[in-house]
Design a protein around this ligand. Structure first.
Ligand code: ADP
Length: 288
């Protein structure tokens, strides 16, 4: 608590002449701590590849200046470290953009089937390298959602990318999409219409090793990874699911992770139907 002591606006002649007020600042303190942790984590994540990059440059400019073999070995590593920093900075910028737009309701009309098909096509090379297939079970009559087309692309890009990345080689990733009569518990109230009305449910299921139950509630925390070394080795930033969570919150939707160790994981996305998400602002159709 923060205690404030000040004079009364209209002092009472017989009684006390000061006012003592107590303010609950625990939420502010918690937010401030989260922000400080975030900055510390982000700096730490950048420091590791940066130190390695500087170390290699020093070596190549110093003792290994004329060593062609060292150039061949170190340059690809340096490039990968640079790319890792690039991915991290891009994800950090995405998060801050989402935060800036948090209170502005999105207004694009986004056809989800086209959007997920386009993302699946962009992952073709990755899938081929892992001999894995993405299959679809999407209701052809799935209505479009009112949302931010770029941000929704990021949601399904991150979920599909994870499903391929953490899926077993030679396995299948399934994307299914249907309208369900009610969102799950925890679904934010729509801006209009009945609470927990019908919504669009898209599920991204993989056949990976799965995630232990204890980790599930923490997956969307920034920089939280079940296996830090594995995530880094696979080029992860630890921010993908945090971005998904924030984008869905802006769309009054919800992410529900589900997993069976040894069998695989399913990430359920719930988005309100257009009528629920409508804000009264004119909507424009956006190419996926
Ligand atoms: P990362 O960049 O590390 O993949 P994410 O925020 O996308 O970060 O995911 C956080 C963590 O959740 C990952 O490090 C991984 O441990 C776990 N995870 C995410 N998706 C899956 C999945 N489909 N299967 C198994 N683990 C997953």
């Amino acid at each position: 608590y923060e205690v404030r002591v000040g004079p009364l606006a209209q002092p009472d002649r017989q009684g006390a002449e000061v006012m003592v007020s107590m303010h609950d600042v625990s939420k502010l303190v918690r937010l401030e701590r989260m922000r400080a942790d975030f900055v510390a984590n982000a700096s730490h994540e950048l420091r590791t590849p940066l130190s390695s990059l500087v170390g290699f440059v020093e070596t190549l400019m110093g003792p290994a200046r004329d060593d062609a073999d060292a150039h061949d070995r170190f340059l690809p590593i340096m490039l990968e470290q640079g790319r890792r920093m690039q991915r991290l900075v891009e994800d950090l910028l995405s998060l801050s953009r989402i935060e800036i737009n948090e209170h502005a309701a999105p207004t694009d009309t986004v056809p989800l089937p086209e959007l997920v098909h386009r993302i699946a096509r962009s992952l073709e090379l990755k899938c081929r390298a892992k001999r894995c297939a993405i299959v679809f079970d999407l209701d052809p009559g799935l209505p479009p959602v009112v949302g931010d087309a770029d941000q929704l692309s990021q949601v399904f890009q991150n979920l599909l990318d994870n499903a391929v990345k953490y899926g077993r080689p030679d396995s299948t990733v399934t994307v299914s999409g249907h309208v369900v009569s009610q969102g799950p518990a925890g679904m934010p109230a729509p801006l209009r219409g009945p609470r927990r009305g019908p919504c669009i449910h898209i599920a991204v299921r993989d056949e990976g090793e799965g995630i232990e139950r204890d980790h599930l509630p923490r997956l969307t925390e920034r920089f939280y990874r079940v296996d830090r070394a594995r995530s880094r080795q696979m080029g992860g930033t630890g921010l993908g699911l945090a971005i998904v969570k924030h984008v869905l919150a802006r769309h009054r939707g919800l992410l529900v992770p589900e997993s069976v160790v040894g069998e695989g994981s399913t990430f359920h996305v719930y988005l309100p139907l257009a009528a629920d998400a409508a804000t009264g602002a004119p909507s424009k159709t956006h190419p996926p």
